[in-house]
Design a protein around this ligand. Sequence first.
Ligand SMILES: Nc1ncnc2c1ncn2[C@@H]1O[C@H](COP(=O)(O)OP(=O)(O)O)[C@@H](O)[C@H]1O
Ligand SMILES: [Mg+2]
Length: 275
Amino acid sequence: MSSSASQEKPKGKTPKPLQFKLDKHKIDLKEEQIFLDELNNETPIDPRKPILEAKNLKKVYQSGGGDLVILENLSLELKPGRSLAILGASGSGKSTLLHLLGGLDKPSGGQVLSRGRDIARLSEPILARWRAREVGFVFQYHYLLPEFEALENVAMPALLAGFSPKEAQDLAWPLLERVGLAQRRDHRPGALSGGERQRVALARALVLSPKILLADEPTGNLDAQNANLVNDLIGELVEEKKMSAVVVTHNIELARKMGDRRELAKGRLWPGQER
Ligand SMILES: Nc1ncnc2c1ncn2[C@@H]1O[C@H](COP(=O)(O)OP(=O)(O)O)[C@@H](O)[C@H]1O
Ligand SMILES: [Mg+2]
């Protein structure tokens, strides 16, 4: 339509009323504000309701050879303070599931709910806020920033969340001590062993006191002795901090430290084999 045409007054018939097409995939703004207020005020979680819930999750990747269905009809409920280990063969979709639970990726179908809200429908800034305040991630690789010292790495999420350097350091220090690395506060990741790096990464994940810990093979890169140390720390910290946790692991010792175990296979979770 040319600009002159758009300025012509409609003759004869009434113009069509304007339609504001609200994106049905986005959560209502008011609802989103309530969610944000809950996060900011740290509104206590109802202990009877799941803190994290997956409902009929589906994840499909497109590939040259057709659709690749990784997760289908997967449901799970994590109540506050409960922990779950997820076992499963390589390629069964464990990382995919953890990414969906942490809002790092969006499902092809179904929902991930936190505080009863579908996190896929949150706007990106609010989702980022939820992740920063409520979820701690630990991956197989530490992802520490090489040019920063151990204490700075632990403090980083607090700095990014708007705490002053002093406040961020005050939050980080007791955690670095807790993971046994007080002596290493000014060491950069390059000067730390694999096990030490992973302990720094664990401390960093906890610096904003997340209610949910999501860990993806956190000891997968470590030798047995260091894996044991990190396993013990994860088990103890989940309990001490009363966190809810979903831990993907091949390590039976770590799986045993979680309250519950499930096996991911054929796109779904199955009762874990008691070993
Ligand atoms: N971004 C992607 N695009 C296409 N396929 C993917 C993608 N990410 C993962 N996959 C495939 O999905 C399957 C599950 O991967 P993943 O969740 O990493 O498994 P696990 O963590 O259990 O080893 C694998 O076959 C993998 O190749
Ligand atoms: Mg994986």
